[in-house]
Ligand binder design. Structure first.
Ligand code: C2E
Ligand code: CA
Ligand code: CA
Length: 426
């Protein structure tokens, strides 16, 4: 077997690729570039001696080479990254090769008395279809590889132009996030939480939107994750809370009295040591009674972090309530109920969507309700859109719902009108 250092490296690989691109001898076929990166290499390194790591990489290179047609070119790009060039191929052939590489790498590698499991994520790009030169080809294949990683690793994916568009929109939105707050581009919408027995609006959930000067209205599902990655979520979250508390207090002064103001908080905010203090400061600045506030947290693995629980406990001691959002979709829901202090469960809309026809969803919703009752937690069904869904929910004994059936999230003034109409009716 070739040692790792015997494989062509980056320089030779570039030279080879350039020579192919300068003299394409077969105009009808494509040249495919496969870039791959091992998925769990860091763990493998922690497990093995340095010498053995080299053997694993050399073995991986050999497996890759053996999975490819005879006229292919395999190179080691350093660390756990490899490249394969298929000089005259089709998309189908190249994808078959990629599939073979994934599957063959999936077998355990035997090194120095132990089995090592590795998998790889592969990106493919083709010239002339996707790229005119080496730089573009490498960039697009790497982009596809990152895509494969994000889609769950241990797989391959071919470059598509939408990947570039997606990345450039992302980059431009991240750049613009800084000015979103400074230039007052964020707004809040409110969605009513309705008690279906009394037919009255009992709460308001604040939902943030970004009115971008060029791209128009950007939904939170697109920019909140970016804000979380960049840390802007801290400032955005504080703005949302301040604005929502101010609006709610304003309603109280107008005689619009609801039981609850629901505000979403990101786990990134909750991990801050100063989170509870900031919330209490904002409540004081806006003079809102903490008993009105319910903070919603979407369940995630990071909820288990030791720094999160004290923040929740401190705020609950001041009367702030907590809801577990999108219940049933995240991780270890039951464990969270056991260890963290929650007051309300919000059943995810995915369970309500097919509640009329899907027996499993019916059973799950029924069990969540029973559990909530036994644990003395409040319960809200999200995503109620139709008459039938509402009728079903009513007979389960769930009393509070949110959903398009009553109203989508609307601007503050429209929300006030909505409340006035409902109050007049009752
Ligand atoms: P969420 O907290 O689960 O909010 C409910 C989402 O469901 C909202 O989407 C709402 O418009 C939508 N929805 C309400 N009723 C229905 C219905 O009947 N059918 C369907 N299909 N959808 C319905 P939106 O406003 O796009 O917000 C998406 C998510 O973004 C929120 O999910 C929340 O996780 C996050 N988000 C929104 N505002 C904030 C914020 O201020 N801070 C943080 N950290 N996250 C926020
Ligand atoms: Ca929510
Ligand atoms: Ca939700």
């Amino acid at each position: 077997m070739q040692t790792l250092s015997q494989w062509p490296k980056r320089d030779q690989f570039y030279q080879y690729l350039d020579s192919l691109l300068i003299n394409p001898d077969n105009q009808t076929n494509l040249i495919a570039l496969l870039i791959m990166n091992l998925d769990n290499f860091r763990e493998v390194c922690e497990l093995l001696e340095f010498r053995d790591i080299e053997s694993v990489l050399a073995e991986a290179a050999q497996i890759i080479k053996n999975s490819c047609p005879a006229d292919s070119y395999t190179a080691w790009l350093g660390s756990d990254e490899f490249a394969v060039v298929l000089p005259g191929t089709t998309e189908k052939e190249a994808e078959q090769t990629a599939a073979a590489i994934c599957s063959n790498l999936g077998n355990p590698i035997y090194v120095n008395g132990r089995h090592v499991l590795i998998t790889a994520s592969l990106g493919l790009a083709f010239t002339p279809r996707d790229a005119q030169d080496r730089y573009e080809l490498l960039k697009n294949a790497s982009m596809a590889m990152n895509w494969a990683k994000k889609l769950g690793k241990n797989g391959y994916i071919s470059y598509e132009p939408m990947m570039s568009r997606h990345i450039s929109r992302r980059v431009s939105l991240v750049n613009d996030l800084a000015s979103a707050l400074a230039e007052n581009q964020l707004i809040l919408h409110y969605q009513p939480q309705v008690n279906i027995i009394s037919q009255s609006i009992v709460g308001a959930e604040a939902l943030v939107r970004w009115v971008h000067p060029v791209h128009g209205l950007i939904p939170p599902l697109e920019f909140i994750p970016l804000a979380e990655e960049t840390g802007y979520i801290i400032q955005i979250g504080e703005w949302v809370l301040y604005q929502a508390c101010t609006d709610f207090n304003n309603w109280l002064e107008q005689g619009i009295v609801l039981e609850r103001l629901a505000v979403n908080v990101s786990i990134v905010q909750l991990k801050q040591m100063s989170f509870a203090d900031r919330v209490l400061e904002i409540l004081e600045e806006t003079r809102l009674d903490p008993a009105y506030l319910e903070l919603e947290i979407t369940e995630s693995q990071s909820m288990d972090l030791p720094e999160v629980r004290p923040q929740i406990e401190r705020l609950r001691n001041h009367g702030v309530r907590f809801a577990i959002d999108d219940f049933g979709t995240g991780f270890a829901s039951l464990n969270h109920l056991r260890y963290m202090g929650f007051d309300t469960i919000k059943i995810d809309k995915a369970y309500i969507h097919n509640i009329i026809t899907n027996n499993r969803d019916q059973v799950i919703v029924g069990s969540i309700l029973t559990m909530a009752e036994l644990l003395q937690l409040g319960i809200i069904a999200e995503g109620v859109e139709t008459d039938d869904q509402l009728r079903y929910i009513k007979q389960t004994n769930i009393k509070e719902v949110q959903g398009y059936y009553f109203s989508p999230p609307v601007e503050k003034s429209a929300f006030e009108e909505l409340i006035q109409t409902v109050q007049k009716r009752s």
